[in-house]
Design a binder for this molecule. Structure first.
Ligand SMILES: CCCCC/C=C\C/C=C\C/C=C\C/C=C\CCCC(=O)SCCNC(=O)CCNC(=O)[C@H](O)C(C)(C)COP(=O)(O)OP(=O)(O)OC[C@H]1O[C@@H](n2cnc3c(N)ncnc32)[C@H](O)[C@@H]1OP(=O)(O)O
Length: 226
């Protein structure tokens, strides 16, 4: 399949399923590698052998690669696949990944269950505050988009109520209110003992996007979900 960042390719639902079946397990295998890299206690010789093997795999993958980042190269209908996204990207092993789904009955409400392991540690045994912020930025932005009011983060205010333990967590976001191209969203990270981090943010459909949509005579926002 040809890849052109300026003109995302339209692919069939079957091809999308085939790509998902190919890349999701591959990316998960690399996530496991990251976790194993952090937690392994094998002997130094085994580490050196593993390093050579990883370097050989990296060289094989680099035989053919994109010039830049993945972007939103292809999709089905108007939905683009943000497979490089650092939070939800199907092809990004850095992404936990978060899988937001519509839930609850507030406007644009989305929830995601996620398990954060050793790769997301800040204080010992706890989630890094920047990682909580990362998840909340994404889930609030997704809530705005799910309500048909997508935008870029203009500000994001966080309140860290109590430490967030590594392990299973839920992340929730919803739209609080909106005025034209500005949408205020709220959300929180929920741990085993309740909410740990609360967020409130403003999402703005940028001027360039407003002008683009006006030129197209297209009032409809890009879809948030396939
Ligand atoms: C057809 C294409 C559509 C593209 C839509 C864009 C993306 C959404 C698409 C799908 C989304 C799906 C899921 C999203 C999931 C996660 C989201 C991740 C979010 C991010 O990770 S995103 C990266 C971090 N984010 C940035 O990198 C933003 C950098 N920044 C800018 O790009 C500009 O700064 C921007 C766009 C914010 C404003 O730019 P602009 O050109 O529209 O500016 P303008 O002056 O017209 O402001 C318009 C009105 O917002 C008010 N306003 C602006 N900033 C404010 C602030 N801080 N506090 C209070 N009010 C503020 C003004 O006061 C004015 O208010 P008013 O209209 O009432 O006068």
């Amino acid at each position: 399949m040809s890849v052109n960042p300026d003109r995302p390719a339209e692919i069939t639902p079957e091809e999308l399923a085939a790509q998902t079946a190919l890349y999701a397990p591959f990316t998960q295998a690399v996530r496991e590698l990251v976790d194993a890299t952090i937690r392994t206690t094998v002997d130094p010789a085994t580490i050196r052998t593993a390093q050579a093997e990883v370097e050989a795999i990296t060289a094989r993958l680099r035989e053919e690669q994109l010039e830049g980042s993945l972007g939103a190269h292809f999709g089905h209908g108007r939905a683009r696949q943000p497979w490089g996204n650092t939070v939800v990207g199907l092809r990004n092993p850095v992404a936990p990944p978060l899988r937001p789904v519509p839930a609850g009955d507030r406007e644009g409400e989305v929830h995601a269950e996620v398990v954060l392991g050793a790769a997301y540690e800040g204080p010992p045994g706890l989630v890094h505050g920047g990682v909580s912020s990362l998840l909340l930025d994404q889930i609030l932005g997704t809530a705005a988009a799910a309500a048909g009011k997508p935008g870029m983060t203009a500000y994001l205010n966080l309140t860290y109520r109590r430490p967030t333990p590594l392990g299973p967590l839920r992340v929730e976001g919803w739209v609080d209110r909106s005025e034209g191209h500005k949408t205020w969203a709220r959300g929180h990270v929920v741990g085993p003992d309740g909410p740990t981090v609360e967020a409130e943010g403003l999402f703005v459909l940028p001027r360039w996007a407003r002008e683009l949509l006006a030129r197209r005579g297209d009032a409809e926002a890009p879809p948030a979900f396939e």
